[in-house]
Write a protein that binds this ligand. Structure first.
Ligand SMILES: Nc1ncnc2c1ncn2[C@@H]1O[C@H](COP(=O)(O)OP(=O)(O)OP(=O)(O)O)[C@@H](O)[C@H]1O
Length: 267
């Protein structure tokens, strides 16, 4: 059994509504992501936000990052639970843009340069070297993005966000366009990132239920409730509680397969 406790709220939404003209996109979205503590471990949080195409995942994602203002309601961040501002949440977009004319090393350095931490060039080199080693990118540091596979570029983009020091990272469709081996590597990377620091919190927006749920400790279903306009988090699955979180080989577990079937029915 995985002993854990959930402590202070790190990211929350209260009564979030979003409307464009007459069209209600999001309705009464409420959530609380709490700091998970596991004894003897640095355990971050990983939430999978799952929903049908066009339901409003990207809009909610942008509201969580402070990039879109909701029509009503507030998203709050950090231990102080202040209203989120742009820049407080790192974003790994679907088409993870890297600077093509810069090496992987220099792309990663952008993350550190934006972190606000004062480091000498030698210290930056050491930090980037350590991360590259941990995340299997050491041999690629002097290459350019075009010389890497899609999955490797994806990993660089994720690590770039980690290096900015953001504890909150939103990832938009991190598995799309990757072959199955790369998907496994990205999942392993997300697990590692979530365990780098106690407060690290990843929110993964995805259509890919199996992969997103395999790495998550919580799954949110964004969908419409019968007879109501606009999408809301209509179901939350707590995978810590059901013992399905933090298990690298979870995908073969019968209970996990049942969960996936149940989630599909909810969509
Ligand atoms: N600026 C806008 N003005 C009006 N409607 C918008 C605007 N931006 C998005 N929408 C609408 O909001 C709804 C939700 O869009 P959103 O991109 O969040 O969906 P999604 O769940 O991310 O879809 P997908 O999985 O296909 O990316 C869509 O119906 C879209 O047409």
């Amino acid at each position: 059994m995985n002993a854990y406790t959930k402590k202070q709220v790190l990211l929350s939404a209260e009564y979030v509504h979003l409307q464009y003209g007459e069209k209600k996109i999001l309705r009464d979205v409420n959530f609380k992501i709490r700091d998970i503590h596991r004894e003897g471990m640095e355990q971050g949080q990983v939430v999978a936000l799952i929903g049908r195409s066009g339901i409003g995942k990207t809009q909610l994602f942008k509201i969580m990052a402070g990039l879109v203002q909701p029509t009503e309601g507030t998203v709050r961040i950090g231990e102080g639970q202040h209203a989120v501002k742009p820049g407080q949440v790192g974003i790994v977009p679907q088409n993870y843009i890297l600077f093509n004319h810069r090496t992987i090393y220099r792309n990663l350095k952008i993350g550190l340069d934006n972190s606000g931490v004062t480091l000498t060039e030698a210290e930056k080199k050491r930090v980037i070297g350590d991360y590259a080693e941990t995340f299997d990118l050491a041999e690629h540091l002097n290459k350019y993005p075009a010389q890497l596979s899609g999955g490797q570029r994806q990993r660089v983009s994720i690590i770039q966000q980690v290096l900015t020091g953001n504890k909150f990272i939103l990832l938009d469709e991190p598995f799309s366009g990757l072959d199955i081996l790369m998907v496994d590597k990205v999942i392993a990377l997300l697990r590692k990132v979530s365990m780098l620091s106690e407060q690290n919190t990843l929110v993964i927006v995805s259509h890919d239920i199996e992969n997103a749920a395999a790495v998550a400790d919580t799954v949110w279903i964004l969908g419409k409730e019968e007879g109501k306009e606009g999408a809301t988090i209509k179901k939350e699955y707590d995978l810590c509680e059901t013992g399905l979180a933090w298990k690298p080989d979870i995908r073969t577990d019968r209970r996990f397969l049942e969960l996936i079937e149940e989630i599909k029915k909810q969509l």
